[in-house]
Design a protein around this ligand. Structure first.
Ligand code: PEP
Ligand code: CO
Length: 461
């Protein structure tokens, strides 16, 4: 048991004595217990020294020395656990990060919403169609999207299938990155076909060429390849929603004398499960990972201050990432008071902006969508508001895919409501497609370009 005095009353199951929102109800609790016991014996998906490395990166981002790019699907699905889709998602994140490195002149830390983003909070516990009421679909690790009693029944076996797919995904991502796929000397490895047909082609190629020239210049003058800087690090994250699953992967690491959730590098607390006296906050309190906290427009200053005091009582750098998701309607009024309230705590946090979840709307045909221009406008407002307050916006959080889906409207191709039906694949929230995602990175880079023009330093990643 840990000797940390803050955690005297904590253990990985202590959350069970608190009210837990958004949990599935299993018909056979004994079967769930058996599954959790077998998950607890399996090897972890990540290790503590990777988590500690990410914590250092986040601490650097808190000091304004790095920028975070966090992105991926709203919900991963078991069906999409296939090589092409995973590689494309990695590629678009790498491409976006290259554009951000170029625009911000800062190393970018890449964190996928990947390898475990399988559980979703829902606005209602049940769904009714044609007079039939069934449990809501809560993500592939819990039940299935089809509307039959069998498919909607929470099944503990799916926790094992989810763990396995997370491991397969991570294994593939690690192999690609270790094998040189993410080497900055070879951005052509990450080319997505679309770039050749895109209105963004020239701008993107200009950025790639500039980075490549800078690398050549640096290597020629230093007479050494900058190996370390060429290799990019990639981390994983998911919403730590399904507490039995997260508990099963939480281990005490003797060497560090701390508990870690080894299912992912950076779990986050979703907006619907951030109650101060709730089970999720209790669980997150005891793990040593860097943690994200979604901060929505209904959160009060006292609530956010309470979360910081509970989750980071020793004010450790690199521990807390506040992911604000206000929406274009609310950001002007809601963000500044919270930034000031957090500053008053004196505790170090990293602020990052999720411009997706406050901008969801229903299209004329009834599909959930988001307008590209609202997303861009929220990011722009976020940079401006932080700057005006002398605060630093150190990252962005997006829902995106490496594929040609039509879920968000707008962007360089001007997708309209009428286009949404063509390739709408998400079961949950609408994602940026590859072109919209890259365009967004370019718009962010564009916001900073003028300011950084005079700085000359070799790119690092
Ligand atoms: C999400 O990130 O998919 C999500 C549900 O976000 P939030 O908790 O901010 O609504
Ligand atoms: Co979402």
């Amino acid at each position: 048991m840990t000797r940390n005095p803050d955690l005297i009353q904590w253990h990985p199951a202590s959350w069970q004595s608190k009210p837990a929102q958004q949990q599935a109800t299993y018909r056979d609790p004994a079967a769930l217990e058996r599954t959790i016991a077998s998950l607890a014996r399996m090897p972890p998906l990540v290790v503590s020294w990777e988590i500690e490395a990410l914590r250092e990166h986040i601490a650097a981002a808190q000091r304004g020395e790095r920028f975070i790019l966090q992105g991926g699907d709203c919900a991963e699905t078991f069906e999409d656990c296939e090589s092409d889709k995973i590689a494309k998602k990695l590629k678009i994140l790498l491409q976006m990060s290259l554009v951000l490195v170029y625009g911000l002149r800062k190393p970018v830390v890449r964190i996928g919403r990947m390898a475990g983003q399988y559980a979703k909070p829902r606005s209602a516990d049940t769904e009714t169609r044609d007079g039939q009421t069934l449990p809501s679909y809560r993500g592939d690790i819990i039940n299935r999207p089809g509307f039959t009693p069998h498919e909607r029944d929470p099944d503990p076996e799916l926790l094992l299938r989810g763990y396995e797919r997370a491991a397969l995904t991570l294994n593939f991502v690690r192999a690609l990155i270790d094998g040189g796929f993410a080497d900055l000397h070879h951005p052509e490895y990450w080319d997505l076909d679309f770039v050749r047909h895109s209105p963004l082609k020239d701008a993107y190629e200009h950025i790639v060429q500039s980075i490549s020239d800078s690398l050549d210049f640096f290597e020629a003058t230093s007479r050494a390849p900058i190996h370390e800087a060429n290799r990019v690090a990639f981390y994983t994250s998911h919403e730590g929603l399904h507490l039995p699953y997260e508990q099963a992967q939480t281990r005490f690491i003797e060497r560090q004398q701390r508990w870690y959730n080894l299912s992912t590098h950076m779990p986050w607390i979703g907006m619907r499960t951030a109650a101060l006296d709730g089970a999720h906050v209790e669980f997150f309190r005891g793990i040593s990972n860097p943690i994200g906290i979604k901060v929505g427009p209904s959160m009060s200053a006292e609530w956010v201050q309470g979360l910081i005091a509970t989750l980071n009582p020793r004010n450790e750098p690199g521990r807390v990432v506040l992911i604000h998701r206000m929406g274009i309607k609310d950001i002007e009024q809601r963000l500044a008071p919270l930034v000031q309230a957090v500053r008053a705590t004196g505790s170090p946090v990293l602020w990052i902006c999720d411009p997706m979840h406050g901008n969801t709307e229903t299209s004329s045909s009834g599909l959930k969508t988001r307008r590209f221009e609202n997303i861009v406008a929220e990011v722009e407002a976020a940079f401006r508001i932080h700057r005006e307050l002398g605060s630093w916006l150190g990252g962005v959080h997006f829902e995106l895919t490496g594929e040609d889906v039509t879920e968000c409207t707008g962007g360089a191709r001007g997708l309209t409501d009428a286009d949404l039906a063509r390739a709408y694949k998400s079961q949950v929230d609408p994602r940026l497609n590859y072109e919209q995602a890259l365009e967004l990175a370019m718009r962010i880079a564009g916001l900073h370009e003028g300011k950084n023009k005079k700085k000359r330093s070799p790119p690092s990643t």
